[in-house]
Design a protein around this ligand. Structure first.
Ligand code: ZN
Length: 204
């Protein structure tokens, strides 16, 4: 390998990163909209936010893209685009600078904030790791009962309280025979994620 592509991730990596970010933006958006009941975002879909973000990620050069350019590319309304950009800005996912267009007008130019992007991805991975660990602890310390119909899982004390009948669907709960296999799978996931996080941290 030589030349300017050296610093770039492989195509597969990029795709993986985009998927991650896509999901991240949608969740972020959903949180703002539903939990904070933000009326500003009422008419905007999470997919639109993810789309704006993706365009900035893929197309914006060092200078960035103006609201106007984003409007031309997406066909979305400028007010919507602005609201999305403000949300992304609040969450430090994008940054902007004032600049001039070819015709000399002053505009804001937006681009991805790449340094915080890596941190965000890393934090996400850490969150997932914590959840996996908690899950592992829970599953390894408890006898688990599963519902054969809806797949819900209950620790022994819970199952006992429900008299071994699934409170969701009424089926009889059964001792999880696959517990050992599940634990092994979880362990493997935890280990590989841990390694990944260590590698990421070394690169920051
Ligand atoms: Zn059930």
């Amino acid at each position: 390998m030589n030349g300017k592509d050296n610093h770039r991730n492989s195509k597969a990596d990029e795709k993986e990163i985009m998927r991650e970010l896509d999901a991240f933006i949608k969740i972020l958006f959903y949180k703002e909209k539903v939990y904070k009941r933000s009326s500003i975002l009422a008419n905007i879909k999470p997919e639109d936010a993810a789309r704006i973000f993706r365009i900035l990620y893929e197309k914006a050069e060092a200078k960035g893209l103006s609201d106007e350019e984003l409007e031309q590319i997406t066909g979305m309304r400028e007010t919507q685009i602005r609201r999305i950009l403000l949300l992304l800005l609040e969450n430090k996912l994008v940054t902007y600078q004032r600049g001039r267009t070819k015709t000399g007008e002053t505009r804001f130019f937006w681009r991805i904030n790449k340094s915080t992007l890596n941190l965000i991805l890393l934090n996400r991975k850490k969150n997932v790791l914590e959840k996996l660990k908690a899950r592992y602890e829970f599953e390894s310390e408890n006898e688990i009962y599963v519902c054969p119909r809806c797949g819900a899982r209950y620790a022994f004390p819970e199952a006992l309280e429900y008299e071994f009948t699934c409170p969701r669907c009424g089926s009889e709960l059964q001792l999880d025979e696959d517990r050992e296999i599940n634990l092994k799978i979880l362990r493997r996931l935890i280990d590989s994620l841990q390694r990944e996080i260590e590698q990421d941290e070394a690169q920051l």
